[in-house]
Every structure is written in C-alpha cells, then in structure tokens.
Design a protein around this ligand. Structure first.
Ligand SMILES: [Zn+2]
Length: 64
C-alpha cells in the first residue's frame, strides 16, 4: 500500500508517514512528503532527515 502527499500528490515513504504521525499526531489523516512537511513545520528538509535519524536512534516504532 502506498500513500500520497496531500499537498503535491507525490508518493510518500514510510519515513515520511512516520514524520507526519510524529509531528501531527497518529490520528492525523493528511500525509506529507518531506518537502511539504518541512514547509508546514517551517523548517528545512535537512532538519527532517536529521529528525528521522534521531527518532530511529531512539527506537521509535514509526521509524524501524
Ligand atoms: Zn508533498
């Protein structure tokens, strides 16, 4: 199953879904690719890449 970004219709990766759930809550229905997520959060895509690595290092089940 694949999901698409609610903003740009690009296919999103599992990491991107994980980011969205992490930042917007597990009940959140929209999906964002990294670029659109960064825009929403007013941060950089590089920052989100760092956060993915960080969440993964904490053993977060959304990023395994
Ligand atoms: Zn997008």
């Amino acid at each position: 199953m694949s999901e698409i970004c609610s903003v740009c219709n690009k296919e999103v990766t599992l990491d991107e879904v994980g980011l969205t759930l992490k930042y917007f809550g597990t009940d959140y229905k929209e999906r964002y690719c990294k670029k659109c997520c960064a825009k929403k959060l007013e941060c950089s895509v590089e920052k989100l890449d760092e956060m993915i690595e960080f969440f993964r290092s904490t053993g977060c089940p959304l990023f395994n």
